[in-house]
Design a protein around this ligand. Structure first.
Ligand SMILES: [Zn+2]
Length: 260
């Protein structure tokens, strides 16, 4: 297999993502300057031996240092990597199965460098890595019913940004969300379930009780909360190291749509 483009690649640590100039990469590929297997390249990048693999090809300068590529992605590239993965998921063309999970596991035992944080609902129909066609070590996933930014969730997200270096933070609402439905109904429920309501209530008020509208408003509100309430998030945004986005996952189509 020829050297692939970053659009084709779902592995943030891959060599292709180390190139800021996608056009140059494309030109090299078109010129058939190198022919490395994807798996070989991934293995080399993850084991920090890309320079060795590329020795003599004239492309040594492209070799990333060990496992640095994820945290050096731009926020825009990190978001695009997520969205490209969702496109593959929707088209039923996932590639994460091609990854050598044994190598990924081995190289993430000591440390992790996920490129994205996702705050999603705990709903069993929203398996985050699967719907973004990602695997071990790539996404720092925070899940709680209603994808709400509680103080503990904010703390977890701050860890992902400040310590692990995630470059995009996505709040992901989804269709048919039980937590939003329950907040709209606002009926008596057992235990502490109703403690979720107060976080979702502003969205319900904003959308007038419409389920889809409330769910999308909730994702936007939680994203705004993160941007404005966390000094860690605010500083990363100010430095251009992070983007915070809200998105909506449609259970029927499998598609993730960014919310403006
Ligand atoms: Zn839900």
């Amino acid at each position: 297999m020829s050297l692939h483009s970053s659009e084709e690649c779902r592995v943030a640590a891959c060599l292709c993502h180390a190139r800021a100039d996608a056009g140059e990469l494309r030109a090299m590929r078109d010129a058939n300057a190198i022919n490395l297997s994807r798996r070989g390249l991934l293995r080399a990048a993850l084991t920090g031996t890309a320079a060795g693999v590329l020795a003599g090809t004239g492309l040594e300068v492209l070799a990333p240092t060990a496992a640095r590529a994820q945290s050096t992605l731009s926020p825009a590239a990190a978001l695009q990597t997520l969205m490209d993965g969702n496109k593959r998921f929707v088209e039923r063309k996932p590639t994460h199965f091609e990854e050598d999970l044994a190598i990924l596991k081995q190289n993430t035992v000591e440390k992790q460098e996920p490129f994205a944080s996702v705050l999603s609902c705990a709903d069993s129909r929203v398996p985050v890595e699967l719907l973004f066609d990602q695997s071990i070590g790539h996404v720092f996933v925070n899940r709680v019913a209603g994808n709400i930014a509680t103080s503990e969730i904010i703390a977890s997200i701050e860890y992902g940004i400040a310590v692990l270096g995630t470059r995009v933070m996505m709040v992901l609402g989804h269709s048919s969300c039980g937590a939003v439905k329950a907040s709209i109904a606002a009926k008596a429920v057992p235990g502490q379930i109703s403690s979720l309501y107060r976080y979702i209530r502003p969205a319900v008020d904003e959308a007038g009780g419409d389920l889809v509208g409330s769910t999308k408003a909730n994702a936007r509100i939680q994203a705004k909360l993160l941007r404005e309430s966390s000094p860690v998030v605010a500083a990363a945004l100010k430095d251009g190291k992070l983007d915070v986005v809200a998105a909506y996952y449609d259970l029927a189509s499998g598609k993730v749509s960014l919310l403006g």
